[in-house]
Write a protein that binds this ligand. Structure first.
Ligand code: KE4
Length: 430
């Protein structure tokens, strides 16, 4: 596969942009190769600057659940663009998207739009601290909630992928107010919350983890978390930036029937444009400026083009049968992928799946938390990634991320992917 132009562009980009990328995981450092530069995307495919085509299983890290360049979404953006790109003033499209989000997500009575998942989670934590008057934030090992200071403690995603323990530049007195405990460990959870209750403002959790690879909540874990936080007056924040409008129309909270106090959203609700959101109970949300004293703002929050893209996306997702069909075909694909991996690498792989997102771990498993995820053979994953990309299959350049399927992925795409994966598994077994 010729990637000369990508190489040239990467060399130039590295002179201008740290690592040549605007987000670290894209640099492919942990999978032992250089990134390819993408020219365009359509449906389930992306095309690099050298004209190579790939079946895309990143989907921009989650937003492209409809597939790239969906006609309804592209038309909505095109139409909005003709009226101008940004007003810095309220516009009707913000109401339209807010109504759809509130209609779909059980916990959200009021919502505030921002421009990234990080902005959503950092604002939700500030709100929880303002609402409770307490300081401590509890997160989970391997959980990733964006790059705000409070979250860079035993974080997942690029932080574990790049093997950085936290991050320089995060002051000790910030880190002191963040506690990170093992995911799915009820004993540790109850002990921590009860011992520190009066200091804990909130618990923030990915209700289905996606940033240590996909890891499901153990049976009863979320229910117990909800009971404890209610009893102790701790704000429960579901970070549904990945799972929102992915796990189901109402997210993981609807799937599991657990209602958090605040929910953070991103990715899918922007339809590929920059949108994040946080929302929840009216009594809490009315603490947010200009109604209440907790400050949060953003120049491009509620941007009309992004609102239009999100609105068009959610209108497609609300069509009857969307999730049933997407989950059916994705789960079938996941089962076939695992069967092929087990056939050639018996006892050396396991697969965790949440509907249309999955992670094939190169460890026998089971993977139920950060510690067990760390047993994965990241070098073997790197070789898998490189071989698959050379064969035209575009996976996450990191073991601790997800493989995202979309409505645009066809059975032919899955068949081609499986055939190529099997040939790679055979090579890895040699
Ligand atoms: P952004 O600020 O990247 O929009 O969202 C941060 C965020 C918050 N919460 C969860 C559960 C997330 O997964 C993310 C971001 N996800 C990563 C990939 N796992 C984004 C990809 C990247 O960092 O380049």
């Amino acid at each position: 596969m010729n990637t000369d132009k990508s190489q040239q562009m990467f060399a130039r980009a590295q002179q201008l942009i740290p690592g040549g990328v605007d987000s670290p995981v894209r640099a492919c450092k942990s999978v032992g190769c250089d990134p390819v530069f993408i020219q365009r995307a359509n449906g389930s495919k992306i095309y690099d600057v050298d004209g190579n085509s790939y079946i895309d299983y990143i989907g921009s890290w989650g937003p492209m659940i409809l597939g790239h360049n969906h006609p309804a979404v592209s038309e909505a953006i095109r139409k909005a663009m003709l009226d101008g790109t940004s007003f810095g003033a309220p516009c009707g499209l913000e109401i339209d998207l807010a109504e759809l989000v509130i209609q779909a997500v059980p916990s959200i009575e009021m919502v505030r739009f921002v421009s990234s998942g990080t902005e959503a989670t950092m604002s939700a934590v500030r709100l929880a601290r303002g609402y409770t008057g307490r300081k401590v934030v509890v997160k989970f090992d391997g959980g990733y909630h964006g790059h705000a200071d409070s979250f860079l403690v035993k974080a997942g995603s690029g932080v574990i992928t790049l093997g950085i323990p936290g991050s320089p530049g995060v002051p000790e007195d910030i880190v002191r107010n963040t506690m990170s405990i093992p995911y799915n460990n009820l004993t540790k959870l109850e002990e921590t919350l009860r011992n520190q209750a009066l200091d804990i403002a909130c618990v923030i959790i990915e209700p289905i983890a996606g940033n240590m690879g996909v890891v499901a909540p153990a049976p009863g874990f979320l229910k117990k978390l909800r009971e404890l936080t209610t009893e102790l007056g701790i704000v429960l924040i579901f970070d549904e930036v990945i799972t929102g409008f992915r796990a189901s129309l109402g997210g993981a909270q609807a799937k599991f029937g657990i209602t958090p106090d605040l929910t953070c959203l991103g990715k899918i609700i922007g339809g590929g444009l920059p949108v994040g959101a946080y929302g929840g109970k009216k009594a809490i949300m009315e603490m947010i400026s200009p109604v209440g004293p907790v400050y949060q703002a953003g120049t491009l929050s509620g941007n009309p083009l992004a609102m239009a893209a999100g609105k068009a996306t959610l209108q497609e997702l609300m069509k009857p049968g969307f999730y049933e069909e997407l989950d059916r075909k994705s789960e079938g694909f996941g089962q076939r992928l695992l069967a092929l991996a087990n056939k050639h690498l018996p006892g050396q792989v396991c697969l965790n799946q949440m509907g249309s997102v999955l992670t094939l771990f190169f460890t026998g498993g089971p993977v139920t938390d950060f510690e067990s995820a760390m047993h994965a053979d990241t070098h073997r994953y790197g070789r898998y990634y490189r071989e698959m990309r050379s064969a035209g299959i575009y996976l996450a350049p990191a073991q601790f991320e997800g493989m995202f399927m979309s409505a645009a992925h066809t059975e032919a795409d899955f068949g081609e992917t499986l055939a190529k994966a099997e040939s790679v598994f055979i090579k890895l077994a040699e």
